[in-house]
Design a protein around this ligand. Structure first.
Ligand code: NAD
Length: 258
């Protein structure tokens, strides 16, 4: 039995200092939720700036820095969110990294970092959010960043693809495990979205991703915006989407079809 939806719901968004995570946090604030914002501690100033914007919208905001690969950090960010904002209703496991490299050039260290952030980070986010939601007894929404790279392998980013397939496996399994608690678990699968992760053409400052972008744009791809992703997450976060779970929502301008 799941209790009634409260007047004000609370979301926690990981990787919320910039890009898609920031846009999701702002969209959920527009939807009337109070927002806890997570990113690594080096980005605390960016998080504080996002928090100010959210407060300007008349919502409460909380900055909870931490590394999603560290179990105690994830447990603590969920604990602080519930303690200071009153609950956790929506968890957005958005934090992630990208690597543009063929498998044959990829090191074991790169593999371990990729799977730690994109895989373990999502696993821990699901685990601790679900425990909190089960304790509250009023259901919840867990929404995880996958990618179109989690639908089909690619010659340009093999271990990134593997990490995003892992996300979809976690999402499908958790959706089955958490159904009895009224918790839905879904993934969003963006295509090419203009963010610092894939920096703009000509930008060589962001870890070489300017070059990455140029290479990517040799393919007939279209770039979407962060708000085009955020509105899909907003939909998945709604109480009304209780019958949508275990899904991978593709946001790529029709490049892939489900
Ligand atoms: P981004 O690099 O702009 O932002 C990602 C954020 O995650 C950064 O602020 C970063 O500091 C944070 N982060 C990284 N490691 C972390 C950790 N260990 N703990 C906490 N935070 C951490 O990227 P983005 O483009 O906004 O991507 C957001 C998500 O969407 C990622 O999971 C990404 O894989 C996915 N995605 C992006 C695209 C795209 O084209 N931009 C496409 C498909 C999927």
């Amino acid at each position: 039995m799941v209790a009634e939806v409260p007047a004000t719901r609370v979301a926690l968004v990981t990787g919320a200092a910039q890009g898609i995570g920031e846009a999701i946090a702002l969209q959920l604030a527009d939807d009337g939720l109070d927002i806890a914002l997570n990113d690594i501690s080096q980005k605390v100033d960016q998080l504080s700036a996002v928090a100010k914007v959210i407060e300007g919208k008349g919502r409460r905001a909380l900055v909870v820095t931490g590394d999603v690969t560290v179990e105690e950090d994830v447990a603590a960010m969920v604990r602080k969110t519930a303690a200071e904002l009153g609950a956790l209703d929506v968890m957005v496991a958005n934090a992630g990294i990208f690597l543009f490299k063929p498998l044959l050039d990829t090191s074991v260290e790169e593999w371990e970092r990729m799977l730690a952030i994109n895989g373990k980070g999502v696993f821990l986010s699901i685990k601790y959010a679900a425990k909190q939601m089960i304790e509250q007894g009023r259901g919840g929404r867990i929404i995880c960043a996958a990618s179109i790279a989690g639908l089909k392998g690619s010659q340009i980013c093999g271990i990134y693809c593997a990490s995003k397939f892992a996300v979809r496996g976690l999402v499908q399994s958790a959706s089955q495990e958490l159904k009895e608690y009224g918790i839905t678990v879904n993934a969003y699968c963006p295509g090419f979205i203009t963010t610092p992760m894939v920096a703009l053409p000509g930008d060589e400052t962001n870890g070489g991703t300017g070059a990455t972008m140029k290479k990517l744009t040799k393919y007939p791809v279209e770039f979407g915006t962060v708000s085009q992703v955020a509105c899909v997450v907003s939909y998945l976060a709604k109480p009304e989407t209780a019958f949508v779970t275990g899904q991978s929502m593709i946001i790529d301008g029709g490049l892939n079809m489900s």
